[in-house]
Design a protein around this ligand. Structure first.
Ligand code: PBG
Length: 324
């Protein structure tokens, strides 16, 4: 009761504020997304993601060594493949000598202790730009699962530590876990994009990988942004099926879901602060309307405070440089 309790006493200096701070950001919080392209010496900026690049494989060793030196110990890989390699079977996704499989080896050779996670979904390989196999305008669930499981296995064989299915097919975690077990990959983990919403915030990412859907949208597999209880159902099912880490995506608009999930599960919770969230801040900063570093840190802190154990973020490098 006032004046016996004056809450401002705990805010009088930075020293006391830092002593009582509940949420602290460290390099250990981050998973760094990397976009990889064919070619040599390629470092190209993604137009809708200022300051974020696609790298060719030969530049990956230097980039991951840099990340490691900053204390960033986990990467999440995405590849952009040539249109000529895209089809409706996911063939290139299974190529043992494909861009993803080569990139995994390159990174593991450069920094053996770096944790390598790989995106498992067909959209960058699909002539339709969809996450699964298409038939008569529909995304075919079980057929897609069989390909996703083979894709995950090929990443595991190439040396991936974790596979990260981002497709939202029903039952894919079970199919992937079962095949990995059968093939002896007991230690290969699964980070499931369990509550992934059909969000309009993925636009810049689809520019980065040239992976926008050629027809329709992703609403028959990704979740309706209006739903909250459904996120728990999706997440608990993925854990039953063998997910080691679950994810909520996007970040900022979905922090209620992050807290619900965190309170409902006994596995680590990841949050993906997606490309549109990155682009919005960069654009506002370009206009001179927001202060980059303080807004960035406030957003990351909010995601962790909401319940994230792990944050996949395009700001990872910027944040770590700022706080070190
Ligand atoms: C594709 C995938 C997407 C993202 C990660 N994996 C896009 C989509 O579902 O269309 C989005 C990431 C971002 O926007 O930063 N399976």
């Amino acid at each position: 009761m006032y004046p016996l309790r004056r809450n401002r006493r705990l805010r009088t200096s930075e020293a006391i504020r830092s002593l009582v701070r509940e949420t602290v950001i460290t390099p250990d919080d981050f998973l760094v997304p990397l976009f990889i392209v064919e070619g040599k010496g390629v470092k190209e900026e993604i137009p809708s993601m200022p300051g974020y690049y696609r790298y060719s494989q030969d530049l990956l060793p230097a980039e991951v060594k840099k990340l490691w030196s900053l204390g960033l110990k986990a990467v999440l890989l995405f590849v952009k493949v040539d249109d000529s390699l895209k089809d409706n079977t996911g063939k290139e996704a299974l190529n043992p000598d494909g861009l993803m499989q080569r990139a995994i080896k390159t990174i593991k050779n450069a920094v053996p202790d770096m944790l390598v996670m790989t995106d498992v979904a067909l959209d960058p390989f699909s002539s339709f730009g969809h996450d699964g196999i298409v038939s008569e305008g529909k995304i075919i669930n079980d057929h897609t699962n069989a390909v996703l499981a083979e894709m995950a296995l090929s990443h595991a064989k190439a040396g991936a530590d974790f596979v990260a299915p981002s497709d939202m097919m029903d039952g894919r975690i079970f199919e992937i876990r079962t095949l990995l077990e059968d093939e002896g990959f007991h230690d290969t983990g699964i980070m499931s994009y369990s509550a992934k919403y059909a969000s309009a915030f993925y636009g810049p990412f689809r520019d980065a990988l040239d992976s926008a859907p050629g027809f329709g949208d992703k609403k028959t597999y990704q979740m309706d942004p209006a739903n909250r209880d459904e996120a728990i159902k999706e997440t608990l099912m993925d854990i039953e099926e063998g997910a080691d880490i679950v994810m909520v995506k996007p970040g900022l608009c979905y922090l209620d879901i992050v807290r619900d999930v965190r309170d409902s599960v006994d596995v680590p919770v990841a949050v993906y602060q997606v490309s549109g969230e990155y682009a919005m801040l960069k654009a506002a900063v370009e206009k001179g309307w927001l202060d980059h570093d303080s807004v960035m840190l406030e957003q990351i802190t909010a995601i962790k405070r909401a319940g994230a154990h792990i944050i996949a973020s395009y700001f990872a490098k910027d944040v770590v440089k700022l706080i070190s």
